[in-house]
Design a protein around this ligand. Sequence first.
Ligand SMILES: [Zn+2]
Length: 98
Amino acid sequence: MKDKRDIFSRLRNFLGHKDGFGGCLRCGDTWNWKKHHNISYAQGRGMFPLCEECYRSASVLVRKLYVDKLIGIWIANGLNCDEAEKSRRGAYIAVHES
Ligand SMILES: [Zn+2]
């Protein structure tokens, strides 16, 4: 049984997708209304595979899985493997620290 919040979340996600917003790779909520958790993987560079809520409730192992998932998407979109590996290493350190 879905509650009312689900209906509103789906509507906001629908509008987010329509306007080209990305979103959390775990729960699917979009960045037009959900707060992302920034993982700082290099000086001045951040990635956000997860929303704040999902990030907080995930173990370090699960956070790393979503880092890998996002980097996989970046590679599919043309990021070279050296850059991907550097980003992955930086993000793995960061998910331990916060
Ligand atoms: Zn989420």
